[in-house]
Design a protein around this ligand. Structure first.
Ligand code: NDP
Length: 285
């Protein structure tokens, strides 16, 4: 039976560390580190995510501001709202809640975020820095996956790693982070002809496809480490990952559950990025 990579436990440890760091920051600077979310009304999942960010900020001594814009806001006003936060010296980090309504251009809006405040690591300048192995603000979800591997002492250097999914928010940055830690990395996607054959050769498998149960136990090499980023809500309201946990946990050496794996760590990474952004701004001033 696999070791469970317990995201709730890791998130609790991170919360305690962040609380101490935020309090040290507040006594140095006379204010709390602060995060602003830009939310365009209309997406229920975004609303619940913003509530979760607010709770995470409250429990760790961060200020949180929600810039809520109406569902019919135009591109110009959205970008103005982002630029106003860029020039607000009391705001350290900015996160733009996605998805945006169809009439808005998300990549253009993301490009308006000051890269020094881009705590979601979404700006092309930050992803470019990550690709070049330069210090940067790393996207939170893959950063959380790496934190789980690190805290459980999973070896990465020299290991064969497969990432399923190539989105800019999860798959691609996860592959870059594994590469940075000297894994031999393969990226799979919807056009990969034989997913099972690739996964079967992998010591580490990270899955971010958004397809419930895509990766089964039969695909996994005995003893491999499995990181499941998938969040799929079934008809019965239950949350399921992209990995068939029952089958996979019987074969894997270590595995993240869903829920309770990568999810809880993601918000802690957002706060860690906010602190990093706050400190970098201070150095630049
Ligand atoms: P996207 O839909 O942007 O990307 C999905 C990726 O999976 C694409 O690259 C797609 O390939 C690939 N894919 C889809 N179907 C298959 C398949 N059958 N075989 C192989 N590859 C496939 O999703 P995200 O990256 O935004 O999110 C992925 C998952 O992670 C979702 O379940 C999401 O809810 C979850 N998530 C979890 C977070 C967390 O905190 N744990 C945070 C953010 C997301 P192609 O490019 O060819 O289309």
């Amino acid at each position: 039976m696999a070791i469970i990579l317990d995201g709730r436990q890791v998130a609790a440890a991170l919360r305690a560390e962040l609380l101490a760091e935020a309090s040290a920051f507040a006594s140095e600077r006379g204010r709390k580190p602060s995060l602003a979310a830009v939310e365009v009304s209309g997406d229920a999942a975004s609303q619940s995510y913003v509530r979760a960010i607010r709770r995470a900020c409250d429990s760790t001594g961060f200020d949180f501001r929600n810039e809520q814009l109406p569902g019919d806001v135009d591109q110009v006003s959205l970008e103005e709202a982002i630029r106003a936060l860029n020039s607000d010296s009391e705001v350290d980090g900015i996160i733009l809640q996605l998805p945006l309504p169809g009439h808005l251009d998300a990549p253009a809006a993301i490009e308006q975020i000051d890269p020094h405040k881009d705590v979601d690591g979404a700006h092309p300048a930050n992803l470019g820095r990550l690709a070049q192995g330069l210090p940067t603000l790393v996207p939170n979800t893959p950063a959380g996956g790496m934190e789980l591997l690190r805290r459980y002492g999973i070896p990465i250097a020299g290991q064969r790693a497969t990432v399923v999914g190539r989105s800019n928010v999860v798959g691609k940055p996860m592959a870059l982070l594994l590469l940075q830690e000297h894994a031999t990395v393969t990226i799979c996607h919807s056009r990969t002809p034989d997913l099972a054959a690739v996964i079967r050769e992998s010591d580490i498998v990270a899955v971010a496809a958004g397809r419930a149960g895509l990766v089964t136990g039969a695909m996994i090499k005995p003893g491999a480490t499995v990181v499941d980023f998938g969040i799929n809500v079934a008809n019965d309201g239950m949350m399921r990952g992209d990995v068939d946990f029952g089958g996979a946990s019987a074969v894997a050496g270590a595995i993240t559950p869903v829920p309770g794996g990568t999810g809880p760590v993601t918000n802690m990474m957002l706060l860690r990025n906010t602190l990093r952004a706050a400190r970098r701004l201070r150095r630049d001033v």
